[in-house]
Write a protein that binds this ligand. Structure first.
Ligand SMILES: Cc1cc2nc3c(=O)[nH]c(=O)nc-3n(C[C@H](O)[C@H](O)[C@H](O)COP(=O)(O)OP(=O)(O)OC[C@H]3O[C@@H](n4cnc5c(N)ncnc54)[C@H](O)[C@@H]3O)c2cc1C
Length: 399
């Protein structure tokens, strides 16, 4: 496999670096560095989103005809790698990475014309209403009831673990319009506004102290049937299409950056007269993780090769999801270990952007423990590791 980039792509890399150098303010870099989990705070997320929108680069994976960059796969890879290595924040995936591609694939012309520009501009902020209490891995068992009433559907029930529902003005949801057949039948894919009467959002706060997810309740919520994507009772095919994009995210560069930070931290920690980074046992674990990260990177290249032939991400996205989650968690474990007893102080104020509060111990410590807790969710959200392994066993290994 030839993994060299062409001169044209290397020139693009220079363009990306120059843009990042200009656009990334200290505030944005700090927001990314202090991010205690996977999701950046809403304010900085939108700040970065608008800068990218003004540059025309907010939707790297969308076709140009829908307002995306129209970049080929190599450009997208270069962009996401360079942005991460430069310490740029990430953008929220629910609109740009999930709802947008789903609408491009399955939306009506009217839905595309209305929603896609609003996702690009940041006017709409989406959340994903799939999971319910008792329906996560077994998503097809979902129960949120949608009864037909003339031109409307009336929703009653609940969604749970809904990331950023407290910021979102819109939700894409799976609802039950028929329960007479197989569980996968009778599910409908629906778009709704979060300020519709009868919708209420209750926070769920993590052990890390951060508020990212919620439970959303629906009490006689009226939604026009024109907001259905695809056909009524056939939402399962739309949902599955979207999940491939949710899981195909990859992102070895983010892990590389995190691992680099742990190495730098370990170089400053004393381990019995030697820097921890030179302690044989710790160094071996850092190096093993680095090798595994290279394997992730080559899997990313393999997926790129498949995509460049016009295929969808396929079951490889499950390999990436499982592998990426495990490595991400391992890196947070190494960070916690490197911090030693400095991991104990709980200092959320020291990781507030623009503050001048000195951290107790190394600066990395103010996010190491919250990140450790937060990234436990990596192997659950978007489909658990066990479920990804089942998919790989069935579709790749033929077991
Ligand atoms: C931080 C976070 C953010 C999230 N954000 C969203 C969101 O925005 N929108 C949304 O809709 N959902 C969201 N989720 C929900 C997420 O998709 C579910 O938590 C996930 O699908 C697992 O479902 P569950 O929690 O019901 O666990 P369960 O499905 O009950 O699983 C419990 C355990 O059983 C195992 N298990 C289940 N079935 C099998 C099987 N067939 N074979 C082997 N093992 C199995 C699982 O691997 C797991 O270890 C989020 C979750 C988290 C943690």
């Amino acid at each position: 496999m030839d993994i060299c980039f062409s001169d044209e792509h290397e020139a693009f890399r220079d363009e990306v670096r120059a843009f990042l150098n200009d656009a990334l303010t200290d505030e944005l870099r700090e927001a990314a560095r202090f991010c205690p989990g996977i999701f950046l705070d809403y304010e900085h997320n939108m700040l970065w989103h608008r800068i990218l929108y003004a540059q025309g680069w907010v939707a790297p994976s969308w076709p140009a005809e829908y307002g995306g960059t129209g970049w080929d796969l190599a450009r997208r890879y270069i962009w996401s790698t360079e942005a991460t290595l430069a310490g740029a924040p990430s953008t929220a995936p629910m609109g740009l990475g999930m709802c947008g591609p789903m609408l491009i694939g399955h939306g009506t012309l009217r839905q595309k014309d209305y929603y896609l520009p609003r996702i690009l501009s940041g006017e709409d902020y989406w959340c994903q209403g799939y999971s319910e209490p008792g329906s996560g891995s077994d998503l097809a068992s979902l129960k949120l009831k949608a009864s037909v009433d003339g031109t409307d559907l009336i929703l009653n029930g609940t969604k749970i673990w809904t990331t950023h529902a407290h910021y979102a003005n819109r939700m894409f949801a799976l609802v039950r319009t028929d329960d007479s057949g197989k569980p996968q039948q009778g599910i409908t894919f629906l778009l709704l506004e979060m300020d519709t009467p009868g919708v209420s959002v209750e926070p769920i706060v993590f052990a890390s102290g951060t508020h990212e997810v919620n439970q959303v309740f629906f009490d006689d919520v009226r939604v026009p049937r024109a907001n259905v994507v695809g056909k009524e009772n056939d939402g399962w095919s739309v949902a599955k299409y979207l999940l491939e994009f949710e899981r195909g995210g990859g992102g070895s560069a983010a892990h590389q950056t995190a691992l680099k930070r742990v190495r730098a931290l370990a170089a400053t920690v004393d381990a019995g007269g030697l820097p921890l980074a030179q302690d044989e046992a710790f160094k071996r674990r850092l190096d093993e993780t680095e090798v595994q990260l290279q394997a992730v990177q080559y899997t990313e290249f393999r997926i790129m090769a498949a995509l460049s032939k016009g295929q969808n991400p396929g079951p490889e996205s499950s390999i990436m999801k499982e592998f990426g989650a495990s490595i991400g968690q391992r890196i947070t474990e190494l960070a916690v270990e490197a911090m030693g007893y400095h991991i104990n102080p709980h200092q959320p104020e020291a990781r507030t952007v623009g503050q001048n509060i000195a951290p107790v111990g190394p600066e990395a410590g103010v996010v190491a423990f919250p990140r450790y807790f937060n990234l436990r969710a990596l192997s659950i959200a978007g489909g658990t590791n066990e479920v990804q392994k089942n998919i790989v066993a069935k579709l790749v290994l033929g077991l």
